[in-house]
Design a protein around this ligand. Structure first.
Ligand SMILES: [Zn+2]
Length: 296
């Protein structure tokens, strides 16, 4: 599949001007690395992300617009690769190399229920990549159409930073994240679904708690990063101080900043504060960790 994805990018970069523009934009993106405590964040200035960062995702706005993931609404040049019930497309607004959007063939709500297996299968099929899910109320710009994203994971700070950790939480990491690993597909699906169930119980959010998820596979072992959210957008977004709206890729350590003036001034400490603000608070997070740790 990875060869077919490479070929898809080559073909689509020639045939689809919007993708060519996005790839050129990514090639020109400026990245600045900041260190916070023991971890790093790559701050990436990508002007073409401003639409996604500021996208209105309220029900009324979503209901009025034509869905940009439905096959009937795609630009005529756009083509994809079949993967089960999904189609793999090149993302025309890339944050990382080989940024893909993986959309269900039917227009149906963004929901993680019964889809962890799809993420694991995608991760195994695209071995150099990470696969992400952004919940409908915390990062998905199409909350009404089930989809994942993928991209090359070589730059993702979280992969290296957590590789030596054995617990299910990363201490002093600014953002609260559950780290679930395993070689047994169905056991890992069960454990991840259990974690999501506990988060739903603790937060009272139905039908699913606010989560961002990233998954990858290496040498037969899957790793899932499950970021429980406390809120969608940080206060600095609402006040207009910073135009940033973190989702899975940002929480994995590539922090997207679409505006040049923000890129110049944003600090590592400000990003750590945003991570703390948007992920689930420590009390409720620890409660879920304790429950999960008590289970086999
Ligand atoms: Zn749709």
């Amino acid at each position: 599949m990875i060869d077919r994805v490479e070929e898809l990018f080559r073909r689509q970069a020639r045939a689809w001007p919007q993708l060519a523009k996005g790839l050129a934009g990514l090639a020109q993106a400026r990245t600045r690395t900041v260190r916070v405590d023991w971890f790093e964040v790559f701050i990436r200035h990508i002007p073409h992300r401003v639409g996604s960062t500021t996208a209105a995702v309220d029900r009324e706005t979503i209901a009025k617009r034509p869905c940009f993931l439905c096959a009937g609404n795609l630009p005529p040049e756009e083509e994809g690769l079949e993967f089960g019930d999904f189609t793999i497309y090149c993302n025309p607004f890339p944050i990382v190399d080989r940024h893909l959007t993986i959309a269900h063939r039917e227009h149906r709500m963004q929901r993680i229920a019964n889809q962890i297996g799809t993420m694991l299968d995608l991760a195994a099929t695209l071995p150099a990549c990470f696969i992400i899910y952004n919940g409908p109320q915390c990062g998905a710009s199409a909350p009404d159409h089930l989809h994942f994203q993928a991209g090359l994971r070589q730059l993702l700070p979280i992969v290296k930073e957590t590789s030596g950790l054995t617990g299910i939480a990363a201490p002093n990491y600014a953002r609260n994240v559950l780290i679930l690993r395993g070689r047994d597909r169905s056991a890992l699906i069960d454990r991840t679904e259990r974690a999501i169930g506990l988060l739903a119980e603790t937060t009272g959010e139905q039908p699913e708690p606010m989560v961002n998820i990233a998954a990858y596979e290496e040498a037969g072992e899957w790793t899932i990063f499950l970021f429980p959210r406390g809120k969608h957008r940080p206060e600095v977004f609402h006040t207009g101080e910073l135009t940033v709206s973190p989702a899975a890729i940002d929480l994995c350590g590539i922090f997207v900043v679409p505006l040049a003036r923000d890129f110049e001034v944003i600090t590592g400490d400000a990003i750590a504060a945003i991570f703390r603000e948007v992920t689930l608070d420590n009390d409720r997070f620890r409660e879920v960790v304790a429950k999960l740790e008590r289970e086999p």
